[in-house]
Ligand binder design. Structure first.
Ligand code: ATP
Ligand code: MG
Length: 429
């Protein structure tokens, strides 16, 4: 992609109506556009990062046997009335509307009820389970707070997976596999070191649900973590009784702010009973299906990554989620230098590198400032000086370190691979 034709421009001014670092940086860098409080659109740069995150999650969900589908956003009250979640209470999370033909309709904020209802058509016998379905789908939630940028929005994409098992034993195996897949996702997007599996409330069947909490100062949650055991407890459930149950010592725990990047629940028969999702067991007896649900917010993940890898002047995103793997900058006034940079850009593209080429006629200062803001982890500079030596300057912005490389695509690609580039990363981007 040539920067001269990129839809978005960066901006110097910090948006005054944002408090969260992630929103300030992503708006300035041209990743997102604020539509209204708690609602953002994704621009080409932001969408490329989101797609890379989605791809990583998708690979991990496939690796544990998930099958992708996509359910409707519009929801019929009937199915939600059966579980009692259509209710109109003070904590109203629903966005609702009316059909012109008469009757109510809701904008889905999660999918336990509709997926349970739907699976009645597909699960009949014990041979039909276990089954795991997932989707990347837009949820609508009438959130009260909207101060955390893309970490908490009123319209957001969620990866939600639902598991359907014969019994608790079958469920427990998948639940652990999913917890491990979640940790692989967080590691691959650069959050592995700071993300803790966390005991939390909300288990419908079990004592706890498992949250995945990433430690960041801007996190909305408070957790108590045991750095040696690498597990944590959400403040909500951090009682003497809980600690005793899970074998943690109060004195070993650190109190920190964190953001919930994922959440997995054992639902048991909470939804299968009221919605009548049963299967016939080997003895011909009907049994309620044993369910679980597993969520990750890809955009919240991007927000948390920016909180971690950003500073006031800009960011350096992990290669696995940056919109491009390398940012090539042409400097100097000479036509030959520019032509050399342009040739290098084409060759790198042909060799499968996703590269943003700053081909604009603006000052070196402006190009470097934009490069710092946009946050692509590798910077390649072709200047009059490097061109005279037939070299390109290679900077690994994450780990530091500058060196001169020959302008051959092979040499540059092997340097890229050393800092984490993998050609697969860009297949969807
Ligand atoms: P929170 O306690 O932060 O409100 P939640 O418990 O309501 O989260 P779930 O319903 O379990 O979240 O949703 C699954 C995942 O979706 C969360 O772990 C998070 O990554 C993401 N998510 C939830 N709410 C939002 C939101 N308003 N904006 C962006 N992502 C969200
Ligand atoms: Mg919530």
């Amino acid at each position: 992609m040539k920067q001269s034709v990129l839809v978005t421009k960066t901006r110097k001014e910090v948006p005054v109506d944002e408090v969260a670092r992630n929103a300030k940086l992503l708006i300035r860098a041209g990743y997102i556009h604020k539509t209204m409080a708690g609602v953002y659109s994704f621009l080409p740069l932001g969408l490329r990062s989101l797609e890379k995150i989605i791809r990583i999650i998708r690979e991990e969900m496939i690796s544990i046997g998930g099958q992708e589908l996509s359910m409707s956003g519009l929801q019929s009250p009937d199915v939600w009335e059966k579980s009692g979640r259509w209710g109109d209470d003070a904590d109203e999370i629903w966005f609702r509307s009316h059909l012109s033909a008469g009757g109510d309709v809701g904008f889905g904020w999660t999918h336990e009820e509709p997926v349970t209802e739907m699976m009645r058509n597909h699960i009949h016998s014990y041979r039909d389970v276990p089954l795991y379905v997932y989707q990347f789908q837009t949820k609508f939630r009438n959130e009260k707070r909207a101060k955390s940028g893309i970490m908490r929005t009123r319209e957001f994409m969620m990866k939600d997976l639902y598991s359907f098992c014969a019994d608790e034993e079958q469920h427990a195996v998948f639940y652990e596999q999913c917890a491990e897949a979640y940790m692989r996702v967080f590691t691959r997007v650069g959050l592995g070191d700071d993300t803790y599996r966390t005991f939390a409330s909300g288990g419908a069947f079990s004592d706890f649900s498992d949250e995945f909490q990433t430690v960041i100062p801007a996190g909305e949650d408070t957790i108590y973590l045991d750095p040696k055991k690498k597990i944590a407890v959400n403040e909500e459930v951090c009682t003497d009784e809980t600690l005793e149950k899970i074998g943690l010592q109060k004195n070993d725990l650190e109190r920190v702010a964190a953001s919930e990047v994922g959440n997995i629940f054992t639902l048991g028969t909470k939804y299968s009973e009221p919605l009548d999702l049963t299967y016939t067991d080997a003895h011909g007896k009907p049994q309620p299906v044993f369910m679980g649900s597993y969520g990750i917010g890809p955009a919240r993940l991007l927000g948390v990554i920016v909180e971690k890898y950003g500073e006031d002047s800009g960011m350096s995103l992990p290669m696995s989620v940056a919109p491009f793997s390398a940012h090539l900058i042409a400097l100097g006034d000479s036509k030959e230098t520019f032509t050399a940079a342009d040739m290098l850009y084409r060759m790198l593209q042909e060799h499968g590198l996703d590269v943003l080429f700053d081909d604009r006629d603006v000052s070196a200062g402006e190009k470097f400032a934009d490069c710092d803001l946009i946050g692509i982890p590798v910077r390649l500079v072709v200047s009059d000086k490097t061109h005279a030596q037939k070299k390109v300057e290679f900077t690994d912005k994450v780990n530091g370190g500058e060196r001169l490389l020959d302008t051959t695509p092979d040499g540059i690609l092997s340097a890229m691979k050393e800092v984490g580039f993998s050609p697969i990363q860009q297949a969807y981007a």
